[in-house]
Each structure stands twice: as structure tokens, then as C-alpha cells.
Design a protein around this ligand. Structure first.
Ligand code: SF4
Length: 389
């Protein structure tokens, strides 16, 4: 990158000035990873000090049966396929109850767009889950699912959100965003929820007092300019509503899964590579720099591995998800040996070993518990270090 442009971008960042689309594209064009990390770490430290937030949650996928066939998706199954499943309400409750002793604070629920399950099933599941685990916050459904509920119920998103909130919904999930730019989206997404509906539903949720996360699926057929466009749309919506809690860049995964039928479902696999760790760190850093009105950037460690999750804390990330006991959507596509189970203690040590201070939060990013600061690097070096997967 031209030295003059580099200085100019640095000055903007240190002065707290908003970065433009051109700035974002220039940052992606830089191969100076250490420099990007330094800038993003400055912003992250200004906003969050050395704190790293996490929550103790469980991911629950009620059904993998889906009417859509998104090109990258290895999770969905068609009705009648051998490993297609749909949980009865009681099964979902029983699964959630298995975690009762984990001091769980959140259930994260996302599902396929089931062709025949009736709309009434969804508020019923939430109601029963809330009854079984009254202290657990329910973060459920993507905007894509809410739009699907409109289709199967004939109700408006407004009425749907009211009913789901009445049943115990605390937050939508951030999924279904993928890449908003139609140039890319038309090749990877196979349902009817695009930017117009995704933003309409999150805007509506924010107007009802819900706070929601947001995501981006990167590292497939998109180019850096599409990532910049994606975060700029979110930044604009955040200016309008202030309702987003966090931004989560999700790393696109190849489908190496040895599934029951041995099928590879990812249809763009032959034309794609996955993002390298360096590309992921760059994506965290540029996202942190562009999203000046977002408090938090999250690394979903299941998709990155634990070592990269630790490194990401120096590249703009201040939030780790989470204490996951079971996560199907990634693990149907992942053979990298990333554990799918971590508990509160594992996560605390992961954060301390990376040199940061852990803070347990709830779904709305309220502090549940502050933990002690890490010991110094010199002290840590004198002890045997945990080797993270
Ligand atoms: S990404 Fe979601 S909507 Fe698309 S096929 Fe997979 S489960 Fe269905």
C-alpha cells in the first residue's frame, strides 16, 4: 500500500473518524497484517479495554429439514433422507434440560425451513423451553426463519415477533445474512430472504426493544469489496436503530464431513477455497475498523479453532462464543478436530492464556460476572502453557 494512504488511514483511525467504502477496500488490499491488527486493536481497546466477553450457551437445532438448498449448506436435509430429523417439543426440552447443571444463560436456536411443521410449533417450543429453564434467555430464529413463518402462517412479521416475544423470545439470531450483495447472493442463497427482508425484520425487532446480533459469511466466492458493502449496510442500519449487539464474521466451511450417506452437499466446493487464518484475521480487523457504531466483534471459535480465536483477540475481537456443548451446523462440515464442547473453565483459561480479562455476559451483553485479570506474559512463560487445538 502507498505509504501516504497508509498514513492517511492511520490518522483517520486514531482520530476516530468514520472510514469510507474506499478506505475499507484499501484496508483489505493491504498485506500488512501486523499493521491492520495494530489499528483494530487500538479501536478494540478504546471500546472494550482488555475485556473479552463470553456467555455460557447451548446451540439447539430443532430440525435439519429445509425447503431451501443454499449452495454452501451441508446441514440441510430433505424430508425422508436417512439422517433428517425433527424434534418433538418434549425432545427439545429434554435436550435443553441435559444442560441444567451447566449454569447455562442462553439457548441459541436455529433451524431449517421445515416444509410441513405448522407455525404453532415454534411459539410452543419457546414457551415450553422457558417454562423448563426460566433463567435461560432464548435467542432464537434467523430473519430468514421469521420470513418463513410469515409464509406458513399468513401473519405479518409484526404479529409473529409479538407472539414469539410473548412466548419468551429475547433476541433473534444473526444468521441468514451471508453476503447481502446480490451479485454474490444469487449464487449461494436459495431462499427468499434477502437484504430488504433481513433488514426489515431486524429493524422491526429493534423497534420492539429486542437487541440482535449480525453476521457475514465470508471466504467463498465473494470479494473483499462485497464484505465492505455488507458491513456498510449494517453500519447504516445500526445508525438508524442502534439495536445490533455484535458483528460476527463467519468463516465459510468446506464440507469434509463423513456423513451417514457420504454425500458432499456443498455445491460451490469445487470453485472455492476456505479463508486462510491470515484472511480471517484481516476480516476481523477490517470489520472492527469499519463498524465504528458496533460495540462488539465476535469470534465463533468453532469455525476457527482455538489458537486462531486467541489471536483474533489482538485483531479487533472482544467477544467469544461461547460454551457450546453441541453445534451441528458447522460440525456437519468440519473435520479439523476443533472440539465442539467447551465449558466455562476452559473458556476462562483460553482468555487468560491469551492475555485478556474474561467477562461473562448475558444475551443482551449485560455483565453476569467479572473475572480476574491475566497474569503477565513473563509469568506465564515460566509456567507450562496449555496447547490449544
Ligand atoms: S442455510 Fe439455512 S435456509 Fe439455507 S439450506 Fe441451510 S438450513 Fe436451509
Amino acid at each position: 500500500m502507498d505509504v501516504g494512504l497508509k498514513r492517511e488511514l492511520e490518522q483517520k483511525v486514531y482520530a476516530g473518524e468514520r472510514l469510507s467504502r474506499e478506505d475499507g477496500e484499501a484496508l483489505y488490499a493491504s498485506d500488512d497484517l501486523a499493521w491492520l491488527g495494530r489499528l483494530a486493536h487500538h479501536v478494540r481497546t478504546e471500546k472494550n479495554g482488555d475485556r473479552v466477553m463470553f456467555n455460557v450457551n447451548r446451540h439447539l437445532n430443532l430440525t435439519n429439514v429445509c425447503s431451501a438448498s443454499c449452495a454452501y449448506c451441508s446441514f440441510q436435509r430433505k424430508p425422508g433422507e436417512k439422517d433428517a430429523y425433527t424434534m418433538r417439543v418434549e425432545q427439545a426440552v429434554a435436550k435443553a434440560l441435559e444442560m441444567k447443571d451447566e449454569q447455562l444463560t442462553e439457548l441459541h436456536i436455529v433451524n431449517g425451513l421445515h416444509p410441513t411443521l405448522p407455525w404453532r410449533y415454534y411459539p410452543r417450543v419457546l414457551k415450553e423451553l422457558k417454562q423448563a429453564l426460566p433463567n435461560v434467555k432464548l435467542k432464537a430464529f434467523t430473519a430468514t426463519e421469521v420470513q418463513w413463518f410469515e409464509k406458513i402462517s399468513g401473519l405479518t412479521a409484526d404479529a409473529i415477533l409479538d407472539e414469539l416475544m410473548e412466548a419468551g423470545l429475547e433476541s433473534l439470531t444473526g444468521g441468514g445474512a451471508e453476503i447481502f450483495d446480490w451479485e454474490v447472493r444469487q449464487h449461494i442463497v436459495d431462499h427468499a430472504c434477502h437484504w430488504e427482508d433481513w433488514s426489515r425484520i431486524h429493524r422491526l425487532a429493534h423497534s420492539k426493544g429486542l437487541r440482535t446480533p449480525s453476521t457475514m459469511l465470508y471466504g467463498h466466492i465473494e470479494e473483499p469489496r462485497h464484505r465492505v458493502d455488507h458491513v456498510l449496510r449494517l453500519r447504516e442500519l445500526q445508525d438508524e436503530t442502534g439495536g445490533f449487539t455484535v458483528f460476527i464474521p463467519l468463516r465459510y466451511q468446506h464440507d469434509f464431513h463423513d456423513s451417514a450417506d457420504g454425500k458432499i452437499r456443498n455445491r460451490i466446493q469445487a470453485q472455492t477455497k476456505m479463508a486462510s487464518p491470515a484472511e480471517s484475521l484481516k476480516t476481523f480487523a477490517v470489520s472492527r475498523l469499519m463498524l465504528d457504531n458496533f460495540d462488539h466483534i465476535k469470534c465463533f471459535w468453532v469455525m476457527h479453532g482455538l489458537s486462531l480465536a486467541q489471536l483474533s483477540l489482538n485483531f479487533g475481537v472482544d467477544d467469544l462464543d461461547g460454551s457450546v456443548v453441541e453445534y451441528k451446523i458447522t460440525h456437519d462440515a468440519d473435520s479439523y478436530g476443533t472440539p465442539n464442547t467447551m465449558h466455562r473453565d476452559d473458556l476462562l483459561h483460553l482468555i487468560w492464556d491469551a492475555g485478556f480479562t474474561p467477562v461473562e455476559r448475558d444475551t443482551r451483553y449485560q455483565v453476569v460476572k467479572e473475572y480476574g485479570a491475566p497474569v503477565s506474559m513473563a509469568e506465564r512463560r515460566s509456567e507450562p502453557q496449555q496447547v490449544w487445538a
